[in-house]
Design a protein around this ligand. Structure first.
Ligand code: NPW
Ligand code: ADP
Ligand code: K
Length: 503
């Protein structure tokens, strides 16, 4: 699903009105019907609603919703905030319709003395401002938002929490934005929903389709996309009836050090559980028995060092290389990594300590093999690129980095962001906080190495790998719960996750 800016959404809206064609007031009605049907499913019939309405079309949605609710047993009160003399045309039409129906009490809020009592068991609907927000909230609106945020009532935001910008909130004050329990966003999510600092404002968000015109959605360019299961299925290659293990590639995983052999085991198992033909795991000498016992399916390449990575085998026979989980950051490992960068012309995935070594030796950045995949978490990313003021800034820097160095980068976390050489950015939609546990990232490296070895292009390997990793995490969390989930469970659930993608 593409993600558009507020400005683009307004264009899509206008195109739909002109080309469906549909009157804008009817498009608003369609949006209100979607809100209404979401509410009907969620709340019992006697529920009371306090709807707070602003001057624009977001307010218009709130008024149309109030009319639909009032025709049922739901109890509704409307509060119209007087922040400008004129309402938008469709907001005014809906106000007139609601007034003429005479079923709902409509109060005006002109000063903070007009704020109503909010009952804990009511549901507040935020229809103050939507994607037409042009500046951070101040004055009466800010005071009302602060007031709403102190209440214990459940808060449902229409389209976007009032006060929050759809994209860049770096100059905004997030304390002055509505803190919703639910945000019901029309047709697309907003970019800002995917950034961690906004989670308290956005709450649980959902997309409500309102039938915007598919042609303009297909044609309009956006660098941002939220990846779903269909996007992933389309990228999967078939496994042929007559295929043999040579077809699925031989991967080299460089991983582990004294005390961190678990990383090599997890990544190796994950690679083997993701379709690779052959795997060799390069480890320090002291890890030999552990590795052969724990992962008999993997061949072992032994470093001359007992405890760390200092060299790698001839690369000729490998289709792809993965390096980093648990290798430590010693000087000799840095030298070996530097050499690998110079020599390697194979697909490569870099994680964990390989990235930390780069953070300590910034000159290495410019030697990164083109097209390789990097999988930092936020801290590793900032060691590499420098500190960032917020997630929006971090996302810009990530896109720039990918473009400038011509690499694919996975910034891991909730909604992991995957950027490519063209500066495009794909957000992953699977995964859960249960995956915030030691070794999860090692599993991902193994999966991506496996896909690279099978000949998937870097971007596909990253997108598919991140998706299936999160899916395995979701399936594991469903059965085991988030607290109990450990990285080994991700490996255990990979078979089910792959099977689901092949359905
Ligand atoms: N796109 C779709 O698919 C559909 C969209 N729909 C709905 O339309 C919504 C967008 O509507 P919208 O453009 O009228 O914007 P909205 O935010 O309601 O109000 C803008 C007004 O507020 C004002 N204003 C701005 N900032 C302010 C501030 N800080 N403090 C005070 N005032 C401020 C601004 O004034 P100005 O900036 O000109 O000074 C202007 O008067 C969208 O979110 C969705 O709910 C659906 O109905 C149907 C399909
Ligand atoms: N809240 C979350 N939602 C979704 N995925 C998460 C969440 N927290 C962590 N993850 C995923 O778990 C993995 C953690 O990787 P990483 O931080 O490298 O762990 P480690 O270094 O312990 O292996 C990443 O793929 C990340 O996207
Ligand atoms: K809103």
């Amino acid at each position: 699903m593409k993600i558009f800016t507020s400005k683009q959404i307004a264009e899509i809206d206008a195109f739909t009105i002109a080309h469906e064609p549909i009157a804008s007031i009817d498009l608003m009605e369609r949006a209100a019907e979607q809100l209404f049907s979401w509410i009907k499913k969620r709340y019992s019939e006697e529920q009371s609603f306090q709807i707070f309405v602003g001057p624009g079309n977001n307010g218009g949605d709130g008024l149309a919703l109030a009319r639909l609710l009032s025709k049922t047993k739901f109890k509704v009160e409307v509060y119209l905030v007087k922040v400008s003399k004129n309402l938008s045309v469709d907001c005014q039409v809906n106000l007139d319709r609601l007034r003429s129906q005479n079923l709902v009490s409509i109060s005006e809020i002109s000063t903070s003395h007009d704020f109503p009592v909010i009952f804990d068991d009511s549901v507040d609907v935020d229809a103050l401002l939507g994607s037409g927000l042009s500046r951070p909230l101040d004055g009466l609106l800010k005071d009302l938002v602060l007031y709403l945020n102190t209440s214990k009532a459940e808060l449902v935001a229409i389209d976007i929490p009032s006060g929050l910008f759809g994209e860049d909130n770096s100059l905004n004050n997030l304390h002055h934005c509505v803190r919703a329990d639910y945000t019901l966003s029309f047709q697309f999510p907003k970019l800002s929903f995917l950034f961690p600092e906004n989670v308290d404002c956005v709450g649980n968000w959902q997309v409500l389709p309102i039938g915007l015109h598919s042609r303009i959605i297909d044609e309009m360019e956006s660098p941002y996309q939220l990846v779903d299961e269909n996007d992933i299925k389309k990228r999967l290659k078939k496994r042929g009836r007559f295929s043999h293990k040579g077809i699925y590639g031989h991967g080299l995983l460089i991983s582990g050090s004294y005390g961190k052999m678990g990383a090599a085991i997890l990544a190796s198992k994950a690679a083997l559980r993701s379709g690779i033909g052959l795997l060799s795991t390069h480890i320090p000498r002291l890890g030999y028995d552990i590795m052969q016992t724990a992962v008999p399916e993997s061949m072992v390449s032994i470093d001359r060092s007992d405890i760390i990575f200092t060299e790698y085998p001839d690369l000729e026979s490998f289709e792809a290389i993965g390096i980093g989980p648990g290798i430590d950051t010693k000087q000799n490992s840095f030298r070996a990594l530097e050499e690998l960068f110079e020599e390697c012309d194979k697909p490569l995935v870099l994680d964990a300590d390989a990235l930390n070594i780069m953070g300590q030796n910034p000159q290495l950045k410019d030697n990164l093999p083109k097209g390789c995949v990097l999988t930092p978490h936020v801290k590793e990313f900032e060691r590499l690129v420098g500190s960032c003021s917020d997630s929006f800034d971090r996302n810009m820097k990530q896109r720039d980095f990918s473009k400038k160095q011509s690499v694919v980068m996975v910034l891991k976390g909730a909604f992991s962001a995957i950027t490519d050489q063209n500066g495009r950015c794909y957000f992953n939609s699977t995964g859960n906080p249960g995956m915030a546990t030691a070794g999860s990232g090692d599993v991902l490296t193994g999966i991506i190495l496996s896909l690279l070895s099978q000949g998937y292009p870097s971007l596909d390997a990253a997108l598919i790998g991140v998706y299936v990793h999160g899916l395995a995490g979701d399936m594991a969390a469903d059965e085991l719960g988030q607290e109990a989930l450990i990285a080994g469970d991700l490996v255990e659930y990979l078979p089910k996750a792959w099977k689901k993608l092949r359905e």
